[in-house]
Design a protein around this ligand. Structure first.
Ligand code: FO1
Length: 324
């Protein structure tokens, strides 16, 4: 662990690729130690869908609510101190309530939908909300275009992502993941610029298949990353995901779930790979060339853990560039 003074970190620029709930935790850790505007979170929008006519962006909202200090601490999605009066009233209608929309969370979806209908781009809406919520770091959708992740099941059905994850509780057996739902979305130009300007790119401990791959599959992203120092944090510890179906997906796609499998999944773009201290250290023969595996505590329970992990990653990076 380097003894780089915190002030050194504040001059660094970090770009993060993140999705879901695990991703939002590490984004928060970096947000708390980076100088304002020096952290850019490029967030997956493959989970987005339209429900009751409202544009819902779960991964964007998980990151924004976390950085704004508004996030529901139990679920990792939605808002703290939420009420459910609208959802209860929908229940009376027999309306679909499998996707729980809290009363205050609804305001986010209503206002986002209103602004989009007035011609604002998604990235402009996210900027507007970040401003209002006093968020110092930048949150960018990976694209302003439709890029819905579809889950093809062994039963031959292509499920929209939230139908798979929430309505079907991630039970169906996956046969294929269709990134971008057959559309050809363009990466947000500001996201490519953030990668180019970054000293370090961090792939957050999100689900590789459905939170990170949608970003990596956008034209130009892999090329931009090839020029950068990239590190990833494993979302799999001792063969299990902390939260969500990542390990189940690996198994159903024929890959033994492990942090090593995650490192191999990203190997061609990685310089460093962070995996949990509780695991057995990798044998040299297992490690893809040019990837530096680093062990550290990666379980993030409270804000101190999130900040600690971010600091450890920056410390390791500073050691590496110092050594370079
Ligand atoms: N996840 C659930 O498991 N059940 C829900 O009812 C639910 C509602 C919900 C509402 C707004 C929102 O932004 C996220 C919500 N999520 C819910 C989480 C969401 O499905 C996942 O966090 C992401 O798609 C996974 O990355």
């Amino acid at each position: 662990m380097s003894n780089i003074p915190p002030s050194h970190f504040s001059s660094l620029k970090v770009a993060m690729l993140a999705g879901g709930i695990g991703g939002a935790k590490l984004v928060l850790g970096f947000d708390r130690i980076m100088a304002p505007g020096h952290l850019t979170a490029i967030v997956n929008t493959g989970d987005d869908f339209t429900h009751f006519g409202l544009k819902i962006c779960p991964d964007i909202d998980s990151v924004a609510y976390a950085l704004a200090g508004l996030a529901n601490k139990t679920y990792g999605w939605g808002l703290e101190g939420e009420t459910w009066k609208v959802s209860d009233a929908l229940e009376v209608f027999g309306a679909p309530t499998w996707f729980q929309l809290g009363d205050r969370d609804l305001a986010t979806h209503l206002e986002r939908t209103r602004l989009l209908r007035h011609g604002k781009k998604l990235s402009e809406v996210v900027d507007d909300f970040s401003e209002r919520w006093g968020i110092a770091s930048r949150i960018l959708p990976m694209s302003n275009d439709e890029a819905p992740t579809l889950i093809e099941t062994k039963a031959g059905v292509a499920l929209p992502f939230q139908d798979y994850l929430v309505r079907e509780k991630a039970q169906p057996v996956i046969s294929r993941i269709l990134l971008h739902g057959g559309y050809e979305p363009e990466v947000l130009p500001e996201a490519l610029m953030a990668i180019e300007e970054a000293d370090l790119v961090v792939i957050a401990p999100s689900n590789p298949w459905v939170s990170i791959d949608p970003i990596l599959a956008l034209p130009g992203v892999r090329e931009a990353l090839a020029e950068k120092y990239v590190t990833a944090v494993s979302p799999i510890i001792q063969g299990k995901a902390i939260k969500g179906p990542a390990a189940k997906m690996f198994a159903e796609l024929g890959v033994q779930p492990s942090s090593l499998a995650v490192m191999r999944h990203y190997a061609d773009i990685l310089n460093m790979f962070v995996y949990d201290s509780s695991e057995k250290a990798y044998a040299a023969a297992e490690i893809p060339l040019r990837v530096l595996p680093v062990q550290m505590p990666t379980i993030m329970t409270d804000e101190a853990d999130k900040v600690g992990l971010a600091q450890s990653i920056l410390g390791q990076f500073a050691d590496q560039i110092g050594a370079l």
